[in-house]
Ligand binder design. Structure first.
Ligand SMILES: Nc1ncnc2c1ncn2[C@@H]1O[C@H](COP(=O)(O)OP(=O)(O)OP(=O)(O)O)[C@@H](O)[C@H]1O
Length: 524
């Protein structure tokens, strides 16, 4: 569908610009085929996802109606698997039965969902559980969502706190008038607790992570850890990231980090990641002001009900200022095949008059972006929706770009980036260094400053949770292997084909067990 949308909307640009200050291009509607089209947007073969056995197992559990928690290091394919799961579930239950949510607006955008708070109808979530239940009970639409939900998907669970998780489970039971856990909703939760934690009041004595919630264990039939990392292929970088994830780095890791610190200053176009938003804004403003080009302003067009519109805060910009030479990042997936995805970076090369119907600003100009991966295209406005089941309750129309000389580490969670320059001198809390560094796909693309080993922190609670988790998974895989061994020995009268099938299943389980054991040993 995304591909069709691209073909329908994209406008491609020839580079024989006129001489006026905006470098207007001669603009042509994209064609499905044609040499000029192919020449301007190099075709990248469609990535073929072959799900691993681990990922297949998750799919099998979910198809079987089980509630599943999917975890794993950064880049193990949690989000891409979740996207596939959502499509599969929507085929089964229809769109109105599957509610897709995430802890933050940005994460929700990646899976075309809404925030967990907006789904739940709990406003900003402040108040005790009875107050929040009353709030939901007095909100017809929220009640309807809870009652219609067959499946609830929650991504980036690491940023959901324990109290909220328990409160939502309580609300689910009460609203649905059911004693079953989560009122009988199939729950699909994904995330990595070693990444960014929930934002809690510093003086709060609340439990921190969702896994500390009273209902956590009862919420899932299966809890699965994905272990195959796809984002990086360099074994040294994978080992380094695994150490940072657990908050301990050895001298070899340190040497790699020092190399990244002393690497020559990267090209200024490389994105800078900062722990604090003030640094991000400062760098972007400075760089923007240093450009003497005429600025073009894009104000967001909003519609719908006010409370829902809050969901757009921090997502598409209220006001976006661009000019020729500005470094930008896409905040929408425009075309996955051509790597025009959320996080793709590029430079504004000019502006072009938009079709009169588009009406984006007084001059009606659309930016032209040359992406670092090759394509150059005019960026049309996109529309963000907040949906309530299948009903759209609010929308925002804006150009799907943000300034990208610098971005915050919070904003980059979930992204894959070929090159980063991260200043960690103001890094705080657990997981921040891991989230920043784990975005990069190769060691060559990593440039560090302000790094100190004491910034590498993992929460002891999270370490304990994953230790327990690993033991339980080990036990489960061991039991399955033994069960399969017994089954294998008792089927001597089966046909050769059946025996081969059983044997291959047994060896697969054994292989999985050994490889997860080895990767855990390597990570220690
Ligand atoms: N089975 C697979 N085969 C090939 N590539 C895969 C597979 N699973 C995932 N990937 C690729 O791995 C990369 C990382 O995937 P994804 O962003 O889903 O990871 P993640 O676990 O959500 O990471 P993070 O925790 O950082 O958000 C993507 O480029 C994705 O296409």
């Amino acid at each position: 569908m995304m591909g069709m949308k691209f073909l329908g909307n994209a406008i491609l640009v020839y580079r024989n610009y006129s001489t006026n200050s905006f470098s207007y291009g001669v603009v042509q509607k994209a064609k499905k085929s044609g040499n000029w089209y192919k020449a301007k947007v190099p075709k990248v073969s469609k990535p073929r996802i072959r799900w691993t056995d681990e990922q297949e197992n998750v799919l099998e559990h979910i198809r079987g109606g089980l509630s599943v928690f999917i975890t794993g290091s950064a880049g193990t394919g949690k989000t891409i698997l979740l996207q596939h799961i959502i499509k599969t579930l929507q085929k089964t239950y229809g769109k109105s039965g599957v509610f897709v949510t995430a802890s933050t607006g940005i994460a929700a955008c990646a899976i075309h969902g809404q925030t967990l708070h907006s789904f739940a109808g709990i406003g900003n979530g402040v108040g005790d559980r009875q107050m929040l239940l009353d709030q939901v009970s007095n909100n017809k639409a929220a009640k309807r969502r809870w009652n219609k939900a067959e499946v609830l998907v929650v991504d980036e669970i690491s940023m959901v706190d324990a109290d909220l998780f328990d409160t939502l489970e309580y609300i689910a039971k009460k609203v649905r008038e059911s004693d079953e856990v989560w009122g009988g909703i199939q729950l699909i939760v994904s995330g990595d607790f070693f990444q960014l934690p929930p934002v809690l009041n510093e003086y709060s004595d609340r439990k921190e992570f969702a896994f500390e919630a009273d209902c956590w264990d009862a919420s899932f039939d299966k809890q699965v850890e994905l272990t195959k990392i796809f984002r990086q292929s360099d074994e040294r970088l994978i080992k380094l990231l695994q150490s940072i994830r657990r908050g301990n780095i050895d001298p070899e890791d340190l040497q790699l980090l020092e190399q990244a610190c002393s690497a020559s200053e990267p090209d200024p176009s490389v994105v800078r990641l900062y722990p604090r938003i003030a640094d991000v804004n400062k760098v972007n403003e400075e760089r923007m002001n240093a450009l003497s080009e005429k600025k073009v302003i894009y104000e967001a067009f909003d519609g719908g009900l006010k409370p829902w519109k809050l969901a757009f805060v921090g997502l598409a910009q209220d006001k976006l200022v661009l000019c020729k030479g500005a470094r930008v990042m896409l905040i929408r997936n425009l075309n996955v095949w051509r790597r025009l995805v959320n996080g793709a970076t590029g430079t504004v090369t000019g502006f072009t008059k938009a079709d009169n119907r588009i009406n984006v600003n007084p001059d009606n100009l659309l930016p032209i972006v040359k992406f670092d991966s090759g394509p150059e295209m005019v960026i049309d406005p996109e529309v963000w929706h907040v949906t309530e089941g299948s009903t759209i309750v609010a929308w925002r129309k804006q150009i799907p770009l943000i300034l990208a000389w610098a971005i915050s580490i919070h904003k980059c969670q979930g992204m894959s980036l070929d090159q980063i320059h991260t200043d960690l001198s103001r890094a705080f809390g657990c997981g921040m260094v891991y989230v920043a560094i784990s975005r990069v796909t190769s060691l060559d693309g990593l440039h560090l400053s302000g790094f100190s080993p004491i910034k590498v922190k993992a929460s002891p609670k999270v370490l304990k949770f994953y230790r327990r988790f690993a033991q339980e998974q080990e036990k489960e895989v061991g039991n399955t292997a033994v069960a399969n061994k017994n089954e294998h020995s008792s089927v001597s009268d089966r046909t050769e084909t059946e025996k081969a099938k059983s044997f291959s299943y047994y060896s697969r389980m054994l292989k999985e067990f050994i490889s997860s054991h080895l990767s855990r040993l390597a990570a220690k």
